[in-house]
Ligand binder design. Structure first.
Ligand code: ZN
Length: 68
């Protein structure tokens, strides 16, 4: 398993915990000027927590019984 250093795009710190948020978005046509672009974001857990608190609606949470 190869591990490259992951930097949080929000706070700029190296993400050391194994669990973090990774978002990949391929913008399609009719997006506002991002046609055909792929955007990737890595966020550490504390930035994720801070970010979702700015949402009008919190993330949809589902309990998972089996954790790897
Ligand atoms: Zn961060």
């Amino acid at each position: 398993m190869k591990k490259t250093e992951i930097i949080c795009h929000c706070c700029g710190k190296t993400i050391i915990q194994a669990d973090y948020l990774h978002i990949e978005k391929d913008w399609g046509y009719f997006s506002g000027g991002k046609d055909g672009e792929r955007h990737e974001i890595d966020l550490c857990e504390s930035c994720y927590d801070r970010w979702v608190r700015t949402f009008k609606y919190p993330p949809t949470v589902t309990e998972r019984t089996e954790l790897l």
